[in-house]
Write a protein that binds this ligand. Structure first.
Ligand SMILES: [Zn+2]
Length: 562
């Protein structure tokens, strides 16, 4: 029998409002049917339909859900895939002030010059112009911007534009003058001032952008609020419905403070991905602990939209982009150089002990194997002294595989990992320069720690690398060049998806309310074209999210219907 609702939904494409209710049915707000609902539940069940009510999942099942419930809105998936929303467990979201130009999409030097020219007119002479994200490989001219290019566009403003990746910046003559850099200036420590044939600086400074950026007036929170909102909202296009923001200050007066996040979510929380915001350890040892007490909140406080996360932004070492990761073996081709630690073992332990005793969770940045060993030893010591079950402390990054003993301690103590599989892809060049042999092949290992019994969740760290690149790298272990690094570290799409959705919710202790598509959980999900589980991995790199739903509301719709 063809019901009226069947008829309506077959006749129309997309959303259909049901005009009448034929039977006394439970009402749903939205039913998605005729799809492949990848629930990521314990059995990894795949169903055809999902019903949503009041922001939560009412039921998951076959297409018969359409008869069981009436729905204000019906959506025929036409065979598309639905997965739980991606949970990026380590991301740096920030806002920019009006002086900043986004150059990520810029495709020529002429376009870059026009952007600088427009900004100079907008701000008026004398004001610093900043910007970032340029990449000469994306430019028609296939070369870096130089000071002469910027002088032509904005002779009366100091300009500094940072390259994608953040390792070099180009300034114009005004910026060079302000920084007091000229032909006679020697290269700074750890950096290079690029020069033309006559020895004059060409404007590009490598690894020491701070020589320019420290001269730019400091942003105030109000200067960057609108842009922060845009940047948090932009995650929805990537299918991200939850994030762990990597660090915020307890000091309410500064850019990127927890207070600013509260302000943002108070007015816009329902339009954004959910966030768990890590707190930067505010000082050393007991002085930091006193500030944490004053802050008055701890891990988990907040609501389903915004929560206080773990203590983060506590970096045990640097990274391979510096390169300043602290490692147990010499860097490739640099005998005697092993990076360095940002803490002594005593310092890191003092912070961990203080925060741990107060009930905080820790999510500590550790990239090199030496820093992983030190951090795990410190966490282990705190856990021996003050045992606490279900602490869920974790390491962010875990790039260089540490000795087996350290992984055994992690498994025993249940120290978790927030891993970034995309690093294998987009930091390939840095790893080739700094690591070799097994250490290169196992960069950002996935399978080995899991086999050791360590729990792992995925994230991206650096924008604008979305979850699809992470999934791609996790299942192929390919770098940007297409070369495979340690095939045995690859995981199945099923496992990769689990780590990018469900496992994130465990990191924030929210596994009872989100991370899978099961009745009663928050209705956070993503609609993808085609069949994700059977897609050729190469296709992931260009796969676009059709729709992102948070709390039952369609917040991103590629078709523009949201
Ligand atoms: Zn980070």
């Amino acid at each position: 029998m063809i019901t009226r609702r069947d008829f309506v939904s077959r006749a129309a494409v997309g959303y259909v409002a049901t005009a009448s209710i034929l039977h006394a049915q439970t009402e749903a707000d939205l039913i998605l049917y005729n799809g492949k609902i990848v629930t990521v539940d314990d059995a990894f069940s795949i169903r055809a339909a999902i019903a949503i009510k009041d922001g939560r999942i009412l039921a998951v099942g076959g297409n018969e859900l359409r008869n069981r419930y009436s729905a204000a809105r019906l959506l025929d998936l036409g065979g598309r895939t639905v997965i739980p929303g991606f949970f990026d467990t380590h991301i740096h979201l920030a806002g920019h002030s009006r002086r900043y130009i986004d150059l990520v999409e810029t495709t020529s030097l002429a376009q870059l010059q026009q952007q600088v020219r427009d900004k100079a007119i907008e701000l008026g002479p004398g004001e610093w112009i900043t910007g970032g994200g340029w990449d000469e490989y994306h430019f028609k001219e296939q070369r870096k911007p130089l000071r002469s290019d910027l002088d032509a566009a904005a002779p009366d403003n100091p300009v500094v534009l940072t390259r994608a990746g953040g390792h070099s910046s180009v300034g114009n003559s005004k910026a060079l003058q302000s920084a007091d850099i000229n032909k006679a200036t020697p290269d700074p420590a750890r950096g290079i001032i690029e020069r033309d044939a006559s020895g004059q600086p060409n404007g590009v400074i490598r690894e020491r952008s701070d020589l320019y950026t420290r001269l730019v007036p400091k942003d105030r929170p109000g200067d960057v609020r609108d842009s922060l909102l845009d940047n948090v909202r932009a995650q929805l296009k990537l299918g991200i419905t939850s994030v762990i923001q990597a660090g915020a200050s307890v000091d309410p007066g500064v850019v990127g403070s927890y207070a600013e996040w509260e302000l943002l979510y108070r007015s816009h929380g329902a339009e954004l991905p959910r966030a768990s915001v890590q707190i930067g350890y505010p000082g050393e040892g007991s002085a930091g602990a006193a500030k944490l007490k004053e802050f008055g909140r701890k891990t988990g406080d907040g609501d389903e939209r915004l929560r206080v996360g773990s203590i983060g932004e506590m970096a045990a070492d640097g990274g391979f982009t510096g390169p300043t990761a602290w490692v147990l073996e010499d860097y490739k081709g640099q005998p005697g150089f092993r990076g360095r630690a940002f803490f002594t073992p005593e310092q890191i332990y003092a912070n961990i002990e203080a925060g741990h005793q107060m009930g905080w969770q820790f999510g500590i940045h550790a990239i090199g194997d030496a820093s992983i060993v030190m951090t795990v030893d410190a966490l282990d010591k705190a856990l021996q002294k003050y045992p606490r079950s279900d602490h869920r402390h974790y390491l962010c990054h875990f790039t260089v595989l540490p000795p087996e003993r350290t992984m055994q301690i992690m498994a025993q103590d249940k120290i978790l990992i927030a891993q970034q599989p995309n690093f294998t892809y987009n930091l390939e060049g840095r790893y080739i320069e700094t690591l070799e042999g097994r250490r290169l092949a196992t960069n950002n290992a996935i399978s080995t720690p899991i086999k050791q019994g360590i729990y792992m969740a995925f994230g991206s760290d650096n924008l604008p690398i979305g979850p699809m690149v992470g999934l791609y790298a996790a299942v192929t272990r390919k770098g940007e060049s297409g070369k495979v690094y340690g095939r045995e570290e690859a995981v199945s799409m099923k496992d990769a998806l689990t780590m990018y959705t469900r496992n994130g919710a465990f990191l924030t202790r929210e596994e009872k309310i989100k991370g899978t598509l099961e009745a009663g959980k928050l209705a956070d999900m993503v609609v993808l074209p085609g069949d994700l589980l059977n897609l050729a991995p190469e296709k992931l790199l260009t796969l676009r999210v059709d729709m992102t739903i948070v709390g039952g509301r369609i917040l991103h719709d590629q078709s523009g219907k949201a």
